[in-house]
Design a protein around this ligand. Structure first.
Ligand SMILES: [Fe+2]
Length: 344
């Protein structure tokens, strides 16, 4: 197991790098924009392929590196379903598994600091974002924060984890790096309360100034999606156009979402499943090669059109022609009332 806790001095943010082995897939939690080159260098040094990058919530004190890392590595951006960010490649819900090769995290929806705050549990440790800090808790006075929600997230979820669970927070301002659930129960001054009302009383009277970066960081972090269509100009096939000619002859739909997304929402009828990250394998199969000879077109789609844009780029680099994607992905498909096949 590879585990690194990286620190950004300016914002006192901790970023976590997880991977199961050298040469394998990696995931980053809460990366900071200004540190992007450092992450890329470390990934290279450890011979890791960044495949997912997660923000625990929309940060107000630093700009996230999610978008920049996605542009540099074509990794999948991940946030909670409740995130107000415009485009996130993959959204998780409470109790969803977030996986890469050899690593599995359980998403815990822990609102309070913000409505979309998530913690991620991995075996003996939990990454708590700004929900639970070492001897502190994240403020609840902006971005739809709510001290009552946070009380329940902490007392009913996080503090119910085994006492020896390691707590890795999103920030620390004093130089502490890790704690445990047991330690926080005993020594976190904000948790020495008897009720949600008492907790809210503390949180509503902190009278903190807004973070220095807030006016820059929040608007920036709300728009992490692929921005410049000029930069990512790939062939598209709009949903309306597809539905006008439905059922489409001579086109193969390739669903590059994860199995869990297919099961939750269904798929375009007749789609071939070739998950992003390994979708190029499909094009090496005899079935795909045969289809290509018949000059079929390939239509890639994901949840919102971000992974599929990157996949079309990869496909064209592999020399594949007749590959396009569906802008807006399966979300646009559902919104337009396109036919859906259930996936069991
Ligand atoms: Fe925060």
């Amino acid at each position: 197991m590879l585990f690194r806790q990286l620190f950004d001095k300016t914002s006192s943010t901790y970023t976590y790098l997880l991977a199961s082995r050298r040469g394998g897939e990696a995931l980053l939690i809460d990366p900071v924009f200004e540190q992007t080159q450092r992450y890329l260098k470390l990934l290279e040094e450890l011979d890791l392929k960044l495949v997912k990058v997660v923000d625990t919530h929309v940060h107000a004190d630093h700009v996230s590196a999610m978008g920049k890392l996605r542009d540099a590595t074509r990794c999948v951006t991940v946030m909670g379903e409740e995130s107000p960010a415009d485009v996130v490649s993959l959204r998780v819900r409470d109790n969803d598994k977030l996986t890469i090769e050899g690593v599995s995290l359980t998403a815990l929806h822990t609102p309070g600091h913000t409505i979309e705050s998530y913690s991620f549990l991995m075996g003996d440790r939990v990454f708590t974002g700004d929900t639970l800090l070492i001897r502190g808790t994240g403020r609840t006075d902006f971005q739809n924060g709510d001290p009552y929600d946070q009380y329940h997230s902490i007392f009913d979820r996080l503090l119910k984890l085994p006492d020896n669970t390691l707590v890795y927070p999103g920030h620390d301002y004093k130089g502490d790096t890790v704690s445990t659930i047991e330690e926080e129960k005993a020594w976190n001054p904000r948790l020495q309360v008897r009720s949600a009302d008492e907790y809210a009383e503390i949180m509503n009277n902190l009278n903190l100034a807004n973070p220095a970066m807030m006016d820059v960081a929040v608007p920036e972090n709300l728009h992490p999606g692929l921005r410049s269509s000029a930069q990512h100009r790939v062939p598209v096939r709009e949903v309306a156009d597809i539905l006008a000619g439905w059922p489409l002859k001579g086109c193969r739909f390739i669903d590059i979402r994860e199995t869990s997304e297919r099961r939750r929402y269904g798929a375009i009828p007749g789609s071939i499943h070739a998950p992003y990250g390994h979708f190029d394998q499909y094009f090496k199969s005899s079935e795909a090669l045969a289809a290509r000879e018949n000059s079929d077109c390939f239509l890639l789609y994901c949840a919102v059109g971000e992974r599929s844009t990157l996949a079309v780029e990869i496909a064209s680099e592999l020399g594949l022609t007749n590959v396009s994607h569906i802008p807006g992905g399966f979300t646009a498909w559902m919104n337009a009332g396109g036919p859906v096949e259930e996936i069991s």
